[in-house]
Design a binder for this molecule. Structure first.
Ligand SMILES: Cc1cc2nc3c(=O)[nH]c(=O)nc-3n(C[C@H](O)[C@H](O)[C@H](O)COP(=O)(O)OP(=O)(O)OC[C@H]3O[C@@H](n4cnc5c(N)ncnc54)[C@H](O)[C@@H]3O)c2cc1C
Length: 436
């Protein structure tokens, strides 16, 4: 899917509009008397933060209407950044109000209203906790799965207490329909969570896949090949990815994103991983016949018709490129492709033999880049640099799409270098495996 200014503006407009819904509701119809700039600002930030927080459930919920537009990594990055602002706005609401008008201190007095005071203490603690665990997950020694569970629980609890608080205080929410809209917003966002965590896996139980084989690859990688068990294989475009659950049920905390590395023409799907943690290390023990569940496809890391391909891949980042190149081979695609493939050493170059064969079957030029080359190596050495990309740039770069996938530092350099070399941002596509 091609990036465009129009689509970016459209989604930004929708985001701003939906974020403002609670504030617009509060300011519609009869509004109470003015209580001074700081108090009203504090209240406005509360409503705005509430709207932005609710929308985070849309971004993190892997909705396929939204996900393909900008790529999962970009959407999660957006979620991360706007989520931080949402939490800061919600936190600013009590801080500004308490400083501007000490009468609000009674909200925190359990002697005046026990439930209200306790709820406000809890929500403040939850807000600080969600911010801290999102920014410093590793420091808190939370693995990704546990963090995701805590994160979901905290977000829902914050939104629930915020809804009850706004309805209870009711200052801007008279008459009743305003309370109904705020309540309905909470229920909608709550349903999105249910949809992602329960409804979707429920549908998925009917479409299991079965492991056909597991194979070791160069570079300490492992490939799992899976086939649909009694149903049609999911439709996807090469370069896309799916969320994988391995085991008897899709209801699992261990659901991870993986690029589809096989050709879109294959009946089976294959995924290749490099061991990084508990899930990826478990692949080598997965026996043929084991059930697997796939959710997707997702991703906008896909080549458009009529464009040549310029692929800048590092290490295990090769997987989406393998999907593209294998599909080009199987469909006798006449387009040209350049692959700059960065690795530490020659022995660890995953799929190097197959790439050699594919480069003879289609119009593919593979440029291996090694950090630690063997003796007598005549190819490129070192890391990805602007000069290296310039050297291998196609004659008509505007006719190419540029795909980047690999370790984050490599991706940062490649993205900046391509922009410095004058490549239009709408032609540059990145897939980040390391989200946080
Ligand atoms: C779009 C996309 C495509 C990917 N394709 C591949 C691929 O083809 N091959 C491959 O080896 N790796 C791929 N990854 C990375 C892979 O998902 C992680 O390496 C894997 O989830 C790590 O899990 P773990 O338990 O083994 O390691 P952990 O040590 O638990 O996690 C290592 C890191 O992986 C990420 N991660 C872990 N769990 C999840 C999760 N449930 N959802 C999102 N991110 C998570 C986090 O950034 C975490 O810090 C892809 C990632 C993304 C986002």
């Amino acid at each position: 899917m091609k990036y465009t200014y129009k689509r970016a503006a459209y989604w930004l407009f929708i985001f701003i509009l939906l974020s403002l819904v609670p504030l617009i509701v509060a300011l519609t119809g009869n509004i109470p008397g003015y209580r001074g700039f700081w108090t009203e600002l504090g209240v406005a930030l509360g409503f705005l933060g509430f709207g932005m927080l609710g929308l985070q459930f849309v971004f993190s919920g892997r909705f396929r209407k939204i996900a393909p537009t900008y790529g999962m990594d970009n959407i999660l990055q957006f979620h991360r950044e706007t989520g931080i602002f949402a939490v800061i706005f919600v936190l600013a609401h009590p801080v500004i109000n308490l400083i501007s008008n000490p009468e609000f201190l009674e909200y925190l007095d359990p002697g005046v209203n026990f439930m209200r005071a306790i709820a406000l203490y809890f929500v403040s603690a939850f807000l600080v906790l969600i911010l801290a665990t999102s920014l410093w997950r590793i420091m808190f020694r939370l693995d990704y799965e546990r963090w995701r569970l805590v994160h979901g629980f905290l977000s829902l609890a914050i939104l629930f207490i915020g809804t009850v608080h706004a309805i209870q205080v009711s200052h801007y929410l008279e008459p009743f329909w305003k309370k109904a809209v705020i309540g309905a917003s909470f229920l909608t966002y709550g349903y999105l969570v249910l949809h992602t965590r329960l409804v979707r896996p429920c549908f998925n139980t009917k479409k299991p896949y079965r492991v056909v084989s597991g194979n070791r690859e160069r570079g300490d990688c492992w490939t799992l090949k899976v086939e649909p068990a009694g149903h049609k294989r999911l439709d996807y475009i090469c370069g896309q990815f799916v969320w994988i659950t391995i085991g008897p049920t899709p209801f699992s905390l261990q659901q991870h994103p993986f690029s589809i590395a096989s050709s879109a023409r294959d009946k089976t799907l294959s995924f290749t991983t490099k061991e990084t943690g508990d899930f990826t290390s478990s692949w080598k023990n997965v026996k043929p016949g084991t059930k697997v569940f796939l959710e997707g496809p997702f991703g906008s890391f896909v080549p458009e018709k009529g464009h040549n391909l310029f692929l800048i891949m590092g290490g295990i980042g090769i997987t989406p490129a393998m999907g593209m190149l294998r599909t080009m081979r199987d469909s006798q695609d006449p387009r040209s492709a350049v692959l700059i493939y960065a690795n530490t050493d020659w022995e660890g170059v995953t799929f190097r033999e197959e790439l050699d064969v594919i480069s003879k079957e289609i119009n593919l030029k593979v440029i291996h880049l090694l950090e630690k080359p063997p003796e007598g190596w005549k190819g490129e050495t070192g890391l990805v640099t602007r000069d290296l990309l310039k050297k291998h740039m196609p004659d008509n770069p505007e006719k190419s799409m540029f795909f980047i996938c690999g370790p984050n530092p490599m991706m940062d350099i490649a993205e900046i270098s391509l922009r410095e070399l004058g490549i239009d941002w709408r032609l540059i596509y990145s897939e980040r495996f390391e989200i946080i």
